[in-house]
Every structure is written in structure tokens, then in C-alpha cells.
Design a protein around this ligand. Sequence first.
Ligand SMILES: Cc1cc2nc3c(=O)[nH]c(=O)nc-3n(C[C@H](O)[C@H](O)[C@H](O)COP(=O)(O)O)c2cc1C
Length: 190
Amino acid sequence: MSTTAPEFRVLALSGSLRADSYNTALLRAAAKLSTGTVRIDLHPGLGELPLYNQDLEAGGLPAAVRELHQRVLRADALLIATPEHNASIPAALKNAIDWMSRMPDGAEIAGKPTAVVGASPGPLGSVRAQLALRQILASVGADVLAKPEVIVFQAHERFDDAGTLTDDYTETLLIELTGALTRRIASRRQ
Ligand SMILES: Cc1cc2nc3c(=O)[nH]c(=O)nc-3n(C[C@H](O)[C@H](O)[C@H](O)COP(=O)(O)O)c2cc1C
């Protein structure tokens, strides 16, 4: 069996805390589809992070925040899936980005190649949340891919009961996105 180390490490963050989340399922599908030199690791859950509070920085960062920072540091790129909550991103995801934007020693997400995806059972497929997320990521200086856009509308029709992606078109988009992300990582290394 080959034990070749992956060349490109991607940290996947889901904005949903729900066990049966379509967004988390989308990230799992991306991880399953990535092969060879790309490895996508799913963060175990942003719900462990305390709400951002500057006082917590002064007193030493909470363990969950330090752990998130370490994961971001080790990753070559980020893949973020956002649900849409009231036409924007969920509070848990905004909270995580606020913590990521405050990493010590200049190791922030600024300049980190980042891809955005999202799913919703509704007809707009999280498009408003994705736009809001892009605006936030631009303000922290992440290097966000413009294309392909992965807007998974009517998500309940694209996953089976076990949360496995069953939609060929979405699968193709995820493969394209992972390819674009790895090309962006490679170009930044030159
Ligand atoms: C508080 C709340 C607000 C929501 N607002 C929207 C919305 O604005 N647009 C939308 O398409 N779906 C909305 N939904 C439905 C979510 O898209 C749906 O619950 C989705 O499954 C959440 O993503 P997840 O499956 O990854 O948890 C909302 C759900 C909740 C709980």
C-alpha cells in the first residue's frame, strides 16, 4: 500500500452544527472525491468554539480556539461550506472566522487559498449566504476562488438518507473546485 504523503492539505469547515447537515455532507463528498495528492480533512465541529470575546484573548486562548488555529496553520487551503440562515451565514461560522482572523504571530487566514460552497433545501441554494461569506473572507484577506461556484439548491434531492451525494453534476463541480484549489495552492508556492 502506498503511504505517499499528500502534497495539498485542505481543511474543510462546515457552518452547520447539525448531525444530518447537507453542508457537512457536501464536504464529506468533496473529501471522498479528492484523490492522490490532495487530502481534505473535516474540522470536527465549530460548535466547540466559545463566542468571540476579546477578554478571552487577554487571558490566553481557549483550547478549542488554539486547536482551530493549529489546523488552519497546517492546512494549505480552506474549503468552507455555509448553510443559509436568514439570508446570511450562520453565527457559528462567523464566530469561527472572527477567531481565525485573530491568530497570533501573523498566522491569520490572510492569503490562504479558500473555496466556498453551500447547500440549502430551498431554491436559492445558500447563494445569499455565500455572497455574505465572500464579503467577510475578502475583509480578512483570504485568497478566495471566484469559480466554480457550488450552489447546491434543493439539497434534499441530491443526497440519500445516509447523507451520500447522489447528484452527478454536484460531484463534477466538487472535482472542478478541488482542482482549482490545488492549482491556486501550487501557484502560491512558486
Ligand atoms: C434559523 C434558520 C434560518 C434559515 N434561513 C434560511 C434562508 O434564509 N434561506 C434558505 O435557503 N434556507 C434557510 N433555512 C433552511 C436551511 O437552509 C436548512 O435548515 C438547511 O438544511 C441548513 O443547512 P444544513 O443542512 O447544512 O444544516 C434556515 C434554517 C434555519 C434553522
